[in-house]
Design a protein. Structure first.
Lengths: 269, 275
């Protein structure tokens, strides 16, 4: 009885917390199918907000900017970051520590300071193109996350593989491409996904480093006072949640299988 | 045999140097886009029209601006305490569940970390505006901050709690401790490393947050991030803005060093208990 009561309270608490975390988003998404312009007043189902969304050029432009900047910056930072990790890993400890500490700067730095420092640099060198500025800024803040996703995999993989490949006649470049990279692939993939989601979500750094070209976050910030089309929340949240669930559910299923396996073993004993 | 030896030589001799060369493009990138921007901030903070001055740094440490920093720290402390009070029970309850259920549920608690923070904050603005009268007050700003940073507290605490060895809890109850005592004397001390990193992950971003107070506070609550924004964008005063950024950075580095120390202390304590 006490146990059941405990379970009930635990469930209620977790449920309330999930409600707290998701209610605002869910309400915004529900509201995007409402005919009425005011929240809390349901007058009927409609797709009008979505039609309007497609017909607002600023939103479509911002969407294109967000997705393309995320794609370009995540691919470039994954390439640069993977080779950087391989290179850093081969360095002497002392040199490596210096470079790794500098690499951590964008992670330690408040986003605000990173954004402003990049803004100062772009103004200093006279780079005006807003899109290029965004791409450079995003590559820069993604790089450390890629490096720190790849590094642990490099530590796990054996140096012998690389040397064996060289002994068997590979050039260093071939050895990296055909032996080292396949071995650390999981780290590279998670670095890429991390970089993509970070880039899609970024506001603060883009806001300061950018110049006239808006991504979705910047668009929302600029139009928050007069109101943002609620349909925007659906197209931002649904893909991200779906992506994260797909990535995570695989690990969960493995865990569940292991649990079932354990139970079976337990029964046999 | 001969051929393979001939091939091996250029490989082994040159490869240590060669392999580190793969980091070359990144190092160039880092020098241009990480190091030099930081040097520019330092340059502007310590100069006025190109000549050295401490004027801006002194102004940044003056009461008018320092007060804003203290205000931000106060907000960040409230946020951290609330996140800990709300988040610790979540992490604890999750860690006591069946592994597969916990894994699934924990994903739902962590997913919000990856969702556009501006849109989440905007959602609260709409909600608070429609159903309450606290929009554009300090409470709204605090609510927005707790909401945004809560997952960052849950995740590290949860990670330490699931690693906790079940047998400690069993031992404690075998030796006659009740549930409360077991929690206070065993679970809580052992989860301190997670609590410390959760506090770091919430406190530091919430001192430097920008835009939450503008969206939910309506410009009435000025935090340090908003002050820096004002100096750079509204007043176009790069020197004053850079000086404030330097102060913020120093503050962040100091608090991180402090947390690192606390973290080491927490895990040492755990070590003591283990042996």
């Amino acid at each position: 009885m006490v146990k059941r009561l405990k379970k009930f309270f635990a469930g209620t608490y977790l449920g309330l917390m999930l409600l707290f975390l998701y209610a605002p988003i869910v309400i915004l998404i529900v509201y995007s199918f409402n005919q009425s312009k005011t929240l809390g007043n349901w007058t009927g189902f409609t797709f009008d907000w979505y039609v309007q969304l497609v017909q607002t050029p600023e939103i479509m432009d911002a969407l294109a900017v967000t997705v393309s900047v995320a794609a370009i910056s995540s691919v470039v930072s994954t390439l640069l970051g993977t080779y950087a990790a391989i290179g850093l890993y081969a360095m002497k400890r002392k040199t490596r520590v210096v470079y790794e500490n500098i690499s951590q700067l964008p992670m330690v730095n408040p986003d605000l300071v990173t954004g402003i420092s990049l803004m100062l640099l772009f103004l200093f060198v006279g780079l005006k193109d807003g899109y290029t500025r965004l791409v450079i800024a995003h590559i820069t803040f993604n790089l450390p996350y890629v490096i720190f996703s790849v590094m642990p995999k490099l530590r796990q993989s054996s140096d012998m593989l690389y040397e064996a490949a060289l002994d068997l006649g590979c050039t260093p470049r071939q050895a990296i491409r055909k032996v080292v990279i396949p071995d650390i692939m999981p780290g590279i993939v998670s670095g890429l996904i991390l970089a993509f989601t970070l880039s899609i979500d970024d506001f603060v750094i883009s806001f300061f480093a950018g110049n006239g070209v808006d991504n979705l976050s910047m668009y929302i910030y600029a139009s928050a006072r007069r109101g943002v089309n609620p349909a925007l929340s659906t197209i931002i949240f649904v893909p991200v949640v779906a992506l994260l669930l797909v990535v995570n559910l695989r690990t969960i299923r493995e865990e569940k299988n292991a649990e079932i396996q354990n139970r079976k073993v337990g029964l046999k004993n | 045999m001969k051929r393979s030896n001939a091939k091996k030589k250029p490989g082994t001799g040159a490869f240590r140097i060669k392999r580190s060369l793969f980091a070359g493009p990144y190092i160039v990138w880092m020098a241009i886009f990480i190091l030099s921007p930081m040097l520019l901030i330092l340059y502007y903070a310590f100069t006025s029209d190109g000549s050295f001055t401490l004027e801006y740094l002194r102004a940044a440490l003056g009461w008018d601006y320092f007060r804003v920093l203290l205000d931000s720290v106060r907000f960040a402390l409230y946020t951290t305490v609330l996140c800990l009070l709300l988040g610790y029970p979540v992490a604890y309850l999750l860690s006591r569940m069946k592994k597969s259920t916990a894994a699934l549920l924990s994903v739902f608690f962590i997913v919000p970390m990856w969702m556009n923070f501006l849109l989440r904050t905007y959602a609260w603005k709409v909600l608070l505006g429609a159903f309450t009268n606290i929009l554009y007050t300090e409470s709204a700003v605090l609510l927005g901050m707790v909401y945004n940073f809560l997952p960052f507290m849950i995740l590290p605490v949860y990670t330490t709690l699931i690693k906790l060895d079940e047998s400690y809890i069993e031992a404690a109850s075998d030796l006659g401790a009740n549930a409360t005592r077991t929690f206070l004397k065993v679970v809580l001390p052992l989860s301190m490393p997670g609590v410390v990193s959760g506090v770091t992950m919430v406190f530091i971003p919430s001192t430097t947050t920008f835009a939450i107070s503008q969206l939910l506070g309506g410009g009435k609550t000025m935090l340090y991030g908003d002050l820096i924004y004002m100096k750079f964008i509204t007043e176009q005063s790069w020197n004053a803005g850079s000086a404030l950024s330097v102060i913020l950075l120093v503050f962040v580095l100091l608090s991180m060093a402090l947390m690192k120390k606390a973290e080491r202390g927490a895990s040492e304590e755990e070590g003591d208990r283990l042996w």
